[in-house]
Design a protein around this ligand. Structure first.
Ligand code: ADP
Length: 296
């Protein structure tokens, strides 16, 4: 298997509030090779932010396995968690105010994570300048965020996120507050960083354009990965993900097309499987019509 930067297996996250339990992730599997640009899509409440928070070291999984860059996120001391957050992941949020400190210049903003990680002063300044050049903000490095456009602020946020050379960039709706032209600019920059630094990037997005600009989109539904689309292929095709214990989420459009009423008969048919509603063959079709068949 390709060298994975992120490997989640049967990941579970349960939030407890008073006597209520919310199962935000219920046995999620995810494999992200180094250098991949991945979009996480899916309806609101599906568990995307929960997953991003776990990968970012901001939240702990309740059960399962989660390795990022060789770090086991299920067993981290407070000290190791802090180190992980400073060294392994960079975050870009939708709200620019969450990414940049308003009373510092861009240059100082980019240096903050390096101060926290203990970089020597000389190296901090040199690297901050280089990063701001890389994201096209060299001439603006002495500006405070309020003098920058939305796109410039997000590019500055990228420079901050990359300050400590993390192998993984996490972005939650990074273009959500930008117009489409500026959003494309930021996406182009992400692509460039991916090519230049080999940066593995995971983006949560509701925007189809953003998702299609990534190498792959994985849809999360009910706390599990359900379908994926490889965009790099000439003819992008949605495929359903079968997890390590054989669970499969049938895409909603197909589920609406064939009524299963909670049960299916599964037949091995040579090199593929066929799913039939358990109560009988689909109405109006012969047994060999292929309606409801899932080629595996
Ligand atoms: P998404 O990002 O896909 O919209 P989330 O990960 O935010 O989904 O949420 C998944 C589920 O977990 C939702 O039902 C949400 O209400 C619940 N949830 C998320 N964070 C918390 C929390 N801190 N406490 C309790 N429930 C939460």
């Amino acid at each position: 298997m390709v060298d994975a930067l992120v490997e989640a297996h049967n990941l579970v996250k349960i939030y407890k509030a008073a006597d209520l339990e919310v199962v935000a992730l219920q046995g999620l599997d995810l494999h992200v090779p180094r250098g991949e640009m991945l979009a996480l899509v899916g309806p609101s409440g599906a568990g995307k932010s929960t997953l991003l928070n776990i990968l970012g070291g901001l939240d702990e999984p309740s059960a399962g396995k989660c390795m990022v860059a060789g770090v086991d996120l299920t067993h981290l001391s407070a000290r190791d968690r802090l180190r992980y957050r400073r060294r392994v992941v960079g975050h870009v949020w939708q709200q620019t105010s969450r990414n940049l400190l308003g009373d510092l210049t861009l240059l100082d903003n980019v240096m903050v994570p390096m101060v926290l990680a203990g970089y020597p002063a000389r190296r901090r300044k040199r690297r901050a300048r280089e990063l701001l050049e890389l994201v096209g903000l060299g001439p603006r490095m002495r500006y405070r965020p309020d003098r920058l456009s939305g796109g410039e602020q997000q590019r500055g946020a990228l420079a901050v996120a990359l300050a400590n050379e993390p192998p993984l960039l996490l972005a939650d709706e990074p273009t959500g507050e930008l117009d489409s032209v500026t959003a494309r600019e930021v996406l182009g920059l992400l692509r460039g960083l991916n090519a230049e630094l080999g940066l593995t990037t995971i983006i949560v997005t509701h925007d189809k354009l953003v998702a299609e600009a990534m190498d792959r989109s994985v849809a999360i539904r009910d706390g599990r990965t359900s379908t994926e689309v490889l965009h790099a292929e000439e003819r992008a095709e949605e495929t359903a993900i079968i997890d390590s214990v054989g669970r499969l989420q049938i895409p909603k459009a197909l589920l609406d097309a064939v009524r299963f009423s909670g049960r299916a008969r599964v037949h091995l048919a040579g090199d593929h499987l066929e799913l039939w509603p358990a109560a009988g063959a689909p109405s109006g079709n012969g047994a060999n019509s292929g309606n409801g068949a899932a080629k595996s």
